[in-house]
Ligand binder design. Structure first.
Ligand SMILES: [Zn+2]
Length: 409
């Protein structure tokens, strides 16, 4: 039984360490006393945990701040940016993003490139590896310790092998992403679903900080989801949970890339919005978007639709309203099922949040049980389009915290 107790003690210490790091990410530079107040841990425990963080060089003591009102100088703790660097990336349906972040999660380098349709897995992953090496070169100028790489993808991942099993909107299947990248990088490699990572990032140091029940929705080319239950990411039996975009909303609806008909994402994604605009124009409705759609339909963008809506364009306003309503219908059901404290809305469609959120709120009010409606707030992702790459940073920081000894450069 004593082993069991030690195990529990170790786990508790780990949780407390993670809790302290959370507050450091939020509030550093900060004193030990303040950390004790925020975590509810006694001063001796905080001191012991901080000693471990100092030993591992996760934090350092910085210039004493003035203790408020006392005139006494207090030693403050700050995260050590040079403790290591992280390369985090996202393969979107039509873009690649790569960032390099230091140990404080500050982005020190970022590149985003459009991804031409049908570029193929091999070329895309080569391009990704090249960008990641560029990012790592920048990171290695600041720190000798390369902590790991993360890849966010819009599909289902085998959590053990890091193989992308199915990405309907990319048209990829059984792509061994982690294995391919291992040829270029000799550091821990994490491959995960983009919305799962985004949910983690928003909870670790974004809009969902402090919430234990979070529903994350990422609406872009498709609709991804992430779910935090009781403070942890909910992954399901095989690691494929929270695919809200493939809930059937209309059995006779549009064909979805997954093979089913009438999935939620056929109603609420970027392509659904574009289709509504194009259909309205084809029906002869006047709009400032007509010129773009008639001459260069491929350049139609969410930004252009939002801009048109701001000018009072009826086609843009009505398309956004329809997408907002379809979002609200699904969110109302999910809120009834899950009773989340927070719904975080991210992805490219969140650029149109000024038009979507009021409609979503109306539908929620109309359809959800009012007890559920009242306990749920809906906010925009703090990291916007970068939510998934910031989630990758959080994932690697979590792994480092769980096993500090392994992260020695
Ligand atoms: Zn589907």
């Amino acid at each position: 039984m004593s082993d069991f107790k030690t195990g529990n003690h170790g786990m508790l210490r780990q949780q407390n360490l993670a809790g302290i790091m959370h507050h450091l990410y939020e509030n550093a530079p900060i004193s030990r006393i303040e950390l004790s107040r925020l975590t509810g841990l006694n001063k001796a425990t905080v001191s012991s945990l901080i000693n471990q963080l100092l030993e591992n060089q996760f934090v350092h003591e910085v210039g004493a701040g003035e203790g408020k009102g006392t005139g006494r100088r207090t030693v403050l703790l700050d995260l050590n940016p040079a403790r290591g660097f992280i390369v985090s990336s996202e393969i979107g349906v039509d873009f690649i993003t790569v960032i390099c972040a230091d140990f404080t999660a500050e982005v020190i380098w970022r590149k985003q490139e459009p991804l031409p349709a049908d570029l193929g897995e091999t070329v895309t992953l080569e391009r990704l590896a090249t960008l990641m090496k560029e990012a790592a070169a920048v990171g290695s100028r600041q720190s000798n310790t390369f902590l790991g790489v993360s890849v966010a993808v819009p599909g289902l991942i085998d959590p053990h092998s890091g193989t992308l099993l199915f990405a309907p909107n990319l048209g990829w299947q059984d792509t061994p992403v982690a294995e391919i990248l291992r040829r270029s990088f000799n550091v821990p490699i994490f491959v995960d679903n983009e919305a799962t990572l985004a949910a983690l990032g928003e909870q670790f140091f974004g809009a969902a900080e402090g919430y234990r029940e979070v529903l994350y929705l990422s609406a872009g080319v498709g609709l991804g989801g992430g779910l935090v239950l009781d403070g942890d990411l909910y992954k399901g039996a095989g690691g494929f949970a929270a695919e809200f975009g493939h809930m059937t909303m209309d059995p006779q609806g549009e064909q979805c890339q997954c093979g089913n008909r009438g999935c939620w994402e056929t109603q609420v994604s970027q392509s659904a919005l574009f289709r509504l605009v194009k259909n309205a124009l084809a029906a002869g409705q006047p709009s400032v978007l007509a010129k773009t759609v008639n001459t260069q339909p491929e350049t139609l963008s969410i930004r252009a639709i939002v801009e048109a809506a701001r000018q009072g364009d009826d086609v843009a306003l009505s398309a956004l309203k329809k997408v907002g309503q379809a979002l609200g219908v699904g969110i109302a059901s999910l809120v009834n099922v899950l009773n989340p404290g927070l719904v975080v809305f991210g992805g490219a469609l969140s650029l149109a949040s000024e038009f979507l959120l009021p409609v979503i709120a109306e539908e929620l009010h109309r359809r959800a049980l009012h007890w559920n409606e009242e306990t749920t707030r809906i906010v925009i992702a703090k990291f916007g389009m970068d939510a998934s790459v910031m989630g990758g940073v959080a994932k690697i920081l979590q792994a480092v915290l769980a096993n500090p000894a392994q992260a020695v450069g």
